[in-house]
Design a binder for this molecule. Structure first.
Ligand SMILES: C[C@H](CCC(=O)NCCS(=O)(=O)O)[C@H]1CC[C@H]2[C@@H]3CC[C@@H]4C[C@H](O)CC[C@]4(C)[C@H]3C[C@H](O)[C@]12C
Length: 333
């Protein structure tokens, strides 16, 4: 399971949790404007917007899970098991393999509005990257500072939904997720008042009771409601540090702890990484399951006119500050 969210304070932020039972050795990858994205069914994308995100590198080819481009447009792919349907290439369409979708959109569009035009011509095809990497069943959130949409390739075709909450998880399809929020319209950050019965003296006995009934489990549908509630009620300062901190708290509401989601193979699904990209400044912040210290990669410190993606392995392991160490410079715990 994964969860993606957008957030606005002074700047626009876009991020996700990546929840799974193993990783593919993913890295933070900055793809410069002149890297030639070879496409299977179209001419290569030779000049395009630069982007930063997390990808699995195969040689110098980045297989992006999520990214933000230099115009502040963000896109993330999340599992959509059993629902995603990709087609065969068709004459007269932009035939884009599922693994090419993020660079295709982020390479060429500055806004969601511009992307809608490209999406009208696209045919998402099932061409696999390689034997080793078969097609993944995904759906996507695409967002800029003004709006977000969800894109789902299903049996009937390509569904594009307005996403007024700026949140995406996994199954079921997005229209159902959104509709289910109706069931929770009574939730509130304020204390409840007794509407149960006038004949009873009911009153809150603890803070936080206005959100009683907010689903706490790890299912995709419950994470959708929980992160939507958290995000829609979120209050933060506007500085970079306050905004980034708040964003990690929002996604922290759906973090997965090892042990709570056991799979049939006996493995556990955990939150492998959590990201928060400042889409206006091209800074990609992340934490990992065992590194709570926020690490950042700044796209503008790279040569964005270059031709080869630059990649940074995720920094792992907790970095603990021992506050009463004799020598505060270095003491390992
Ligand atoms: C597994 C992940 C989704 C995590 C998730 O949502 N877990 C919930 C499980 S559940 O919903 O609860 O069942 C997804 C998200 C992005 C994917 C990569 C996208 C690029 C590339 C595309 C190629 O075609 C195949 C290889 C490739 C590296 C992909 C591998 C894998 O598929 C990735 C990591």
């Amino acid at each position: 399971m994964c969860t993606a969210a957008t957030y606005r304070s002074q700047d626009f932020y876009f991020g996700r949790t990546f929840d799974y039972e193993f990783n593919y050795g993913e890295e933070v990858v900055v793809t410069p404007r002149n890297y030639s994205f070879q496409l299977r069914h179209q001419n290569a994308l030779t000049e395009h917007y630069a982007m930063i995100g997390i990808a699995h590198m195969v040689g110098d080819y980045p297989l992006y899970y999520d990214a933000v481009n230099e115009k502040g447009l963000g896109m993330a792919g999340l599992n959509f098991a059993g629902n995603a349907v990709y087609r065969k290439p068709r004459e007269g369409r932009d035939n884009i393999a599922q693994f090419e979708f993020i660079p295709w959109i982020l390479g060429q569009c500055a806004t969601v509005q511009e992307a809608r035009t490209l999406l009208a011509h696209i045919n998402l095809v099932d061409t696999r990257f390689s034997e080793q990497f078969p097609t993944s069943q995904l759906h996507w959130i695409l967002a800029d500072r003004d709006e977000a949409i969800t894109i789902e390739a299903v049996g009937e075709g390509l569904n594009i939904y307005d996403n007024p909450v700026g949140v995406l998880t996994n199954n079921p399809p997005f229209d159902k997720q959104l509709f289910r929020l109706n069931d929770y319209s009574y939730l509130s950050p304020d204390q409840p008042v007794n509407r149960f019965s006038e004949q009873l003296q009911l009153q809150p006995y603890s803070r936080g009771m206005g959100a009683m009934g907010l689903p706490g489990d790890l299912s995709s549908a419950s994470r959708f409601v929980r992160v939507a509630f958290t995000k829609m009620n979120s209050v933060s300062g506007t500085s970079e540090s306050e905004s980034v901190s708040q964003f990690f708290h929002i996604l922290g509401s759906v973090a997965q702890t090892r042990g709570c989601c056991r799979l049939e193979n006996g493995k556990y699904e955990i939150t492998i990484y959590t990201s928060c990209c400042n889409a206006d400044r091209g800074i990609y912040y992340y934490t990992t399951y065992e590194n709570h210290q926020i690490t950042a990669v700044d796209m503008y410190r790279e040569n964005l006119d270059g031709e080869i993606p630059v990649h940074y392995p995720l920094v792992q392991g907790e970095h603990i500050l021992l506050q009463n160490a004799a020598d505060t410079t270095e003491e390992k715990l």
